[in-house]
Design a protein around this ligand. Structure first.
Ligand code: NDP
Length: 331
């Protein structure tokens, strides 16, 4: 099978040269381990952080070693109690055809209950991120006006729908193309949406939210964050989920110029990492799983075919090629 290794660390925008595609022997599982044939994997923005050596909340990928990330696969051999060949598991050793996975790092999923992609998307890490960001971090309340950047992506499109289902009075989204704006308005149920390439974010946000916003779910940072701080009403809350506009720039940009507004308007801006909120897992699965079964969640996937094309899928994610979740079909 193949595995994809980090060949070098990108400076600024990553390129295909940062990846190596290598043919390897199928690994052997040790005691308490499974051999998994991967079927589907996720590419995610946090992987850009792990390609760099900078200290962050997850350790950097090592040069010359296979990369890692969320994946779903079929157990082909098991040296662990409770797992059998044929079981479908979710784990964190994507970027390869065959993965050795410690049984403790594998979660059995039910391929009959939902498509495999559900476990990497709506009921997986991006869905949980959208949920805890809104509910726990931003403490979204009924009647709030909610603004979401990166709104046509995996986390953003779910955050918008969760906000609406939890009683937001108005949900506004920004995204990077006219097609994405149409998707948000016509299919996802956003009340307003704009293309941030069409003009200054502050102007477009003010037009979409004439009475201001109460919650900002930030996926983008930079100009979006400054505009949101201006638009927030007194006691507004910001769930600081990500800042993708900053991930590929070689030199850090100055931050928002209006930070004093945090004082003047008594705003709360809080960063979070989804992994720290595991205590909300059951609540998330019950609430969002319920909406999913009732057909209340619209989710779109952009699926790239073949492990060989995973680096290109990752670069496409950075460029905004995806609507909804970017996934790679391995087998
Ligand atoms: P998405 O599916 O949203 O894909 C990334 C999107 O970012 C692209 O489609 C692109 O859409 C947009 N983008 C790229 N560059 C820029 C830019 N310069 N300005 C504005 N938008 C840009 O990814 P995810 O849903 O997986 O992740 C969304 C955010 O959530 C990221 O910031 C990520 O780091 C964060 N995250 C945080 C977690 C946490 O625990 N805190 C967990 C998971 C994700 P467009 O065409 O609109 O530009």
């Amino acid at each position: 099978g193949l595995e994809i290794r980090l060949a070098s660390r990108p400076k600024g925008w990553p390129t295909l040269e940062n990846f190596d595609i290598v043919e390897v022997e199928a690994p052997q599982p040790g005691d308490g381990e499974l051999l998994v044939r991967n079927l589907l994997m996720s590419v995610d923005p946090y992987m850009r952080g792990r390609m760099s050596a900078a200290k962050s909340y997850t350790p950097p990928y090592e040069i010359g070693k296979a990369m890692e990330g969320g994946a779903v696969g079929e157990v082909v051999a098991s040296n662990a109690e409770g797992f059998q060949p044929g079981d479908i598991v979710r784990h964190l050793r994507g970027w390869r055809d065959y993965a050795v996975v410690g049984a403790k790092q594998a979660t059995k999923v039910d391929p009959q209950a939902a498509p495999l992609s559900t476990y990497l998307y709506v009921l997986g890490m991006p869905g949980m991120t959208a949920y805890v960001g809104l509910v726990d971090v931003a403490e979204q309340k009924e009647g709030d006006v909610v603004f979401i950047s990166g709104a046509a992506g995996a986390v953003g499109s779910l955050a918008g729908q969760i906000a609406k289902l939890r009683g937001a009075s108005r949900v506004i989204g920004s995204a990077g193309s006219a097609e994405k704006v149409r998707y948000l308005l016509d299919e996802v149920g956003f009340d307003a949406a704009f293309n941030y390439h069409d003009g200054p974010v502050a102007e477009q946000l003010n037009a979409a939210a004439p009475d201001g916003i109460d919650v900002y779910f930030d996926n983008v940072g930079g100009e979006h964050l400054e505009a949101a701080i201006d638009a927030l009403n007194d006691f507004g809350r910001v769930a600081e989920c990500g800042m993708i506009s900053q991930y590929n720039i070689a030199e850090p940009e100055p931050g928002p110029r209006n930070m004093f507004m945090l004082v003047a308007k008594r705003l709360r801006l809080e960063g979070f990492i989804v992994g720290d909120r595991a205590h909300l897992k059951d609540q998330f699965v019950a609430e969002v799983g319920g909406w999913l079964r009732e057909g209340k969640i619209n989710y779109r996937e952009t699926v790239v075919d073949g492990l060989r094309n995973a680096p290109e899928a990752f670069l496409g994610l950075m460029r905004g090629d995806n609507i909804g979740k970017m996934l790679v079909k391995i087998a």
